[in-house]
Design a protein around this ligand. Structure first.
Ligand code: GDP
Ligand code: IMO
Ligand code: MG
Length: 425
C-alpha cells in the first residue's frame, strides 16, 4: 500500500497519532501536510508519553523518514524546541527530517495577533490554541508570508519582515514597543542555519519516493469539522484538515493516493468554541472526560465530550472518501449503562441527516438518538475482535452499517499494541 492518508473525521483529537504510530511500522516515510503547532499528537510507547506538535509521529520510529510538507505552518522557535526536546529523549534526527522550503513560518507577530484577535472577538472568540495559526495562513494567502527557505537569505528575510510590520503598524504598535525586531531577525537567521540541511523541495522528494515504491503515510492534523471550508465555520482552524489538504499540503500526485483512513473516536469531543450538537454536559460527559483523559495536549483545556454523531460522520466520510475507519477509545465506554448514537438532527422541526453548513442552523440542531446497551467488562487487554463483549460488537457493527464503511482498526488503549485489526477485505 504505497500511500495512505490518515485524517480526523470530527473536531480533532480523534487519536490520529496513535493510529499513525500503529501503522508507521510498515511505512518508510511519514508526512505532515497542514496545521502547525495547534496540533497535539500523543503517542504512548511502553508507558512513556510523547507529545509532538509539528514533527510527524514517525520520528519516534528509528529509520523512518519524516517530512514536514509545504502546507504546514511552522513556528521556527517551537520547531527547534521540539527537536531539542526529542533529542534529549534519545531520538535521532540524522538524515531523517525534511522540511519543505515552501512551508510558511509563524512569526511572534502572528502569535501576538492571534491573541489580540481572540480578545477583540470577546464573547464570539473562536477559542483558538493561540499558536498564531490564523494570522500565519492569512499572511500566506495575502502573499506577504515568509517561507522556511527565506530563513536562508538574511537580506530577503529582513525585507519581508519589514514589509509585514509596516503593513500592520497600527495593530502591532504595542508589540513593536516591547520587542526587538533586529534580535528577532538574528534569531531567525540562526534557526535557518540550524535546519538548513533539512530544507528541501518536498513535493519532488515525496513523488520520487512514490516512484521508488516507498510506503508513505500522510498524518493529518485537526479534523474535518474544523476544516476551513467544510467545518463549522467560523469556529474552525485555518487550513484544510480534510483530504484536499493532504494533496495541496504535500504535492502528492492525487492519483497516487491508495487508501484514506478516517479516524473516529467512539464518542465525540470538541475543544474551543462553537456548536457541538451531541455535547453531554452532565455526569456522563464528566465520566467520559475523566476516564478518557480528555484534556488538550496543546493547551491543557478540558475537552467537551458528547455522543457519537453519525450525521457529522457521514458528511465527513462523503467529503474525504474514506476507504475504512479506525475507531479509537472504545475502552472508555466500559462501565456505562447505555451508549447513544445521534442518527440525525431536527432543525426547526425538520429532519436533517447531514451536517448543516450554516452555523445558525448547526446552533439550532437538536440531536436525535438511538440507544444501545453498553458493557461492563474492561476491554483494554483484548486483541481479537471475537473476544470483545457482544454489545461492543453490536455498537461497532451498527456504526459500520449506517456509515457504510468497514471499521478495520479498533483501538482499546493508548499503547500501540492495544489495537484490534480486522481484515474486512
Ligand atoms: P490526535 O490529536 O488525534 O492525535 O489525538 P490526541 O493525541 O490529541 O488525543 C488522543 C488521546 O487519547 C491521547 O492521549 C492518546 O494517547 C489517547 N488514546 C488514543 N487512542 C486511545 C484508545 O483507544 N484508548 C484510550 N484510553 N486512549 C487512547
Ligand atoms: P489535533 O491535530 C482539536 C481547534 C481549537 C479551536 C479551533 C481554531 O491535535 O487534532 P487554531 O489554533 O487552529 O486557530 O484554533 O481549532 N483546534 C483543535 N482542536 N485538535 C486539534 O489538533 C486542534 N487544532 C486546533 O481548539 O477550536
Ligand atoms: Mg490532538
Amino acid at each position: 500500500m504505497p500511500s495512505t492518508v490518515v485524517l480526523g473525521a470530527s473536531w480533532g483529537d480523534e487519536g490520529k497519532a496513535k493510529i499513525v504510530d500503529t501503522l508507521a511500522e510498515k511505512m518508510d516515510v511519514i508526512v505532515r501536510f497542514q496545521g502547525g503547532c495547534n496540533a497535539g499528537h500523543t503517542v504512548v510507547h511502553e508507558d512513556k508519553k510523547f507529545v509532538v506538535h509539528i514533527i510527524p509521529v514517525g520520528i519516534l520510529h528509528p529509520q523512518k523518514i519524516c517530512i514536514i510538507g509545504n502546507g504546514v505552518v511552522i513556528n521556527p522557535y517551537q520547531l527547534i524546541a521540539e527537536i531539542e526536546d526529542l533529542q534529549k529523549q534519545k531520538i535521532s534526527f540524522e538524515n531523517r527530517l525534511f522540511i519543505s522550503s515552501q512551508a510558511h513560518i509563524t512569526l511572534p507577530i502572528h502569535t501576538y495577533l492571534d491573541e489580540m484577535n481572540e480578545k477583540k472577538r470577546s464573547k464570539n472568540a473562536i477559542g483558538t490554541t493561540k499558536s498564531g495559526i490564523g494570522p500565519t495562513y492569512a499572511e500566506k494567502s495575502s502573499r506577504s508570508g515568509i517561507r522556511i527557505s527565506d530563513l536562508l537569505d538574511s537580506k530577503y528575510l529582513s525585507a519581508r519582515i519589514d514589509n509585514i510590520i509596516n503593513s500592520k503598524k497600527e495593530l502591532l504598535s504595542d508589540w513593536i514597543d516591547k520587542n526587538d525586531v533586529k534580535k528577532m531577525k538574528m534569531d531567525l537567521i540562526n534557526i535557518g542555519k540550524k535546519i538548513e540541511k533539512s530544507i528541501v523541495d518536498t513535493p519532488i522528494l515525496i513523488n520520487r519516493f512514490l516512484d521508488e515504491n516507498k510506503d508513505i503515510l500522510f498524518e493529518g492534523a485537526q479534523g474535518t469539522l474544523l476544516d476551513i471550508d467544510f467545518g463549522s465555520y467560523p469556529f474552525v482552524t485555518s487550513s484544510n484538515a480534510s483530504i484536499g489538504g493532504a494533496i495541496t499540503g504535500s504535492g502528492i500526485n492525487p492519483k497516487k493516493i491508495n487508501k484514506i483512513i478516517g479516524v473516529m473516536k467512539a464518542y465525540f469531543t470538541r475543544v474551543g468554541n462553537g456548536p457541538f450538537p451531541t455535547e453531554l454536559k452532565g455526569k456522563i460527559g464528566n465520566f467520559i472526560r475523566e476516564k478518557g483523559q480528555e484534556f488538550g495536549a496543546t493547551t491543557g483545556r478540558p475537552r467537551k465530550c458528547g455522543w457519537f454523531d453519525l450525521a457529522a460522520t457521514k458528511y465527513s466520510s462523503m467529503i474525504n472518501g474514506f476507504d475504512e475507519i479506525a475507531l479509537t477509545k472504545l475502552d472508555i465506554y466500559s462501565g456505562l449503562k447505555e451508549i447513544k448514537i445521534c442518527t440525525h438532527y431536527e432543525i426547526d422541526g425538520e429532519k436533517i441527516d447531514y451536517f448543516p453548513n450554516r452555523i445558525q442552523q448547526l446552533e439550532k440542531a437538536v440531536p436525535k438518538f438511538i440507544s444501545l446497551p453498553s458493557w461492563n467488562e474492561e476491554i483494554s487487554d483484548i486483541r481479537k475482535y471475537s473476544n470483545l463483549p457482544k454489545n461492543a460488537k453490536i455498537f461497532i457493527e451498527t456504526l459500520e452499517k449506517i456509515i457504510n464503511l468497514p471499521i478495520t482498526i479498533i483501538s482499546v488503549g493508548p499503547e500501540k499494541n492495544q489495537t484490534i485489526f480486522r481484515n474486512k477485505n
